[in-house]
Design a protein around this ligand. Sequence first.
Ligand code: PDD
Length: 287
Amino acid sequence: MGRYAYVNGRYVDHQQASVHIEDRGYQLADGVYEVVGIRDGKMIDEALHIDRLDRSLRELRIGWPVARGTLGFILRELMRRNSLRDGLIYMQVTRGVARRDHAFPTTPVKPALVITTKNTKHLGADPGPGVAVKSQRDIRWERCDIKTIALLPNVLAKQAARESGAYEAWLVDDQGCVTEGASTNAWIVTPDGELITRQTDNGILAGITRHTLKALASSMQLKFVERPFTLAEAKKAKEAFITSATSFVTPVVKIDGDAVGDGKVGPTARRLREEYVRFAGEGEAVT
Ligand code: PDD
């Protein structure tokens, strides 16, 4: 973790940082968050992440805690203070501090803003050996398009995956379709070379990495289709991979213990990872 955190208007020692026990995020998970990837001191797709934060806030009728321009300034200042070169910047907005009641506070409350950073290893064009995923029933609510801090189903699914030796959980709905990962979007490449990921609707989070990769795939002339795919189809796919701010493009080489394709990282995931890393290298460095 970075040395400093930003908490409601102040840059504070991360070890000492705290929020009020009546914060509605702490009490009721009444809040939203965003995670932006940082590579070589650059924020990846900052504007799109802030647009999604704005959408999440509007959907839940939580106000902006600071002006949008101010948020951009704070993100940069925290990156500089923490000398963040490779890692993540995490921002969380809750409805604020109020006497506990499920309904919204009846008197005006200032939304609470917490921002932290995390150093990670430098993610490069090499996708590594790939990861295993484990399927889990998708038991989440019907507004998975909102990036809320209420993540218990995701936490439990990820934990079950980790306990089985897998890196990520793939969530499966009542129709047998893979919606997304516990904290990633899910993709497959069909035996005839079509790139598939589920359409964005209330069933999944519209990933920013997904959005950018879609544009990169079209510039690479890959055949891309947005539609649901079943777990059975995924198990017969030529390739599979996950995308997120934390994992970029990471190949999936095993689903529930079965090899995907030949069990090795495939060429499509490899090329998309390379293109994504090239894209992430564009833009202006902050640190
Ligand atoms: N997770 N789906 C879910 C449920 C997610 O939580 C995430 C991101 C994604 C991918 O979105 P993006 O490409 O914008 O990162 C999809 C973040 C990284 C997290 O919770 O840590």
